[in-house]
Ligand binder design. Sequence first.
Ligand SMILES: C[S@@+](CC[C@H](N)C(=O)[O-])C[C@H]1O[C@@H](n2cnc3c(N)ncnc32)[C@H](O)[C@@H]1O
Length: 404
Amino acid sequence: MIVTIERLGHLGDAIGQGVFVSGALPGETVEGEVHEGRIAAPRILTPSPDRVRPPCPHARSCGGCLLQHASDGFVERWKQEVVRSALAGQGLDAPFRPMAVSPPATRRRAVLSGRRTKGGALVGFHARQSGTIIPIPECKLLHPDLMQTIPALETLVRAAGSRSGELSLTVTRSLGGPDVAVTGGKALDAPLRAELARIAEERSLARLTWEGETIALRVPPAQAFGAARVVPPAGAFLQATAEGEAALLAAVRDAIGEARTVTDLFAGVGTFALPLAAAAEVHAVEGDASMTAALDRGWRQAQGLKRVTVETRDLFRRPLEPDELRRAEAVVIDPPRAGAEAQCAALARARVPVIAFVSCNPVTFARDAALLVRAGYRLDWVQVVDQFRWSAHVELAARLSLPD
Ligand SMILES: C[S@@+](CC[C@H](N)C(=O)[O-])C[C@H]1O[C@@H](n2cnc3c(N)ncnc32)[C@H](O)[C@@H]1O
């Protein structure tokens, strides 16, 4: 079948004449066999001017990156359009700041898959639309420190993986070295625990956790947030790249300006709260008690920060109410993909002057921003922050304020 591509869907797949096409771009004419509504291996008849040679040799097979065949300019326009159309769906529009994109080889946290093989172990990403694991020795996405961890991960898989099941290996770059959290492996017993601890020592892992149990803690796997150092719970949320985190923090700082009392909602382990505490008193609210405890410890051990208070609270069920937001000159809000509808309804009533909104889901962001705009807020600007380079994932920061 010959298909002309009309658009990219939200997952980055090209779509034309009702058919999904892997690895194609809008405006291209492609030919290929349709199987279950998809052309998986298209022949590109007329290439788009936005088509580039994928920088990574694994790009064709690996499911880790889906947009390596598109120019940076195309990806920026497309990601901004995803946000713009989500806003338009709610009757909103806003000025867009230029996109901030993380450079290649900066991903500091990744979830890899591992499986035992006849000859040893296989560690990598899944292939496209498949459970097959693809080894990624030339990966252009991961930070070199994560790439260097792969042989240690292979050793762990050899020791505790099976040929039928798959291990999930979350590896995070930390100040103390690799922080590794594994699930899906063999059940722990005393000999396996000892073997895993030996591997952690031999391979200089900062921390190794197995199904949530700490097997080895050689060096605290700390993260720096401004003047503070925080040791997050294993597997806890962390922005995907240091560059992405810096761009989001710069946008948040810009949004809140001179505010001296800030409430940070969905605060995680203090990515925003702790750097902002250099200039403002911060109340940080987060649903996971182990994360608020880590944030609090980080603040107590840091020098020269203003007061940071923490609160563990489910903000879906019990959003902060207007009387609890009275002191806040600005709010930072960074919810999970589901957004923060209940909390935004309470913010609309509280009339906090400025809101810095960080979101990883343009659709729920647009829904929540519309709620605030209907209550009198202005959507001052939006900035796409692309820390998931070459993927269809869209992340953004925005400023909402009440007119004087
Ligand atoms: C996108 S992360 C942002 C974390 C932090 N702002 C950062 O940049 O590292 C969202 C955070 O919301 C927390 N969270 C998820 N559901 C929640 C809920 N119902 N109430 C409070 N916090 C929640 C998660 O634990 C996570 O830390």
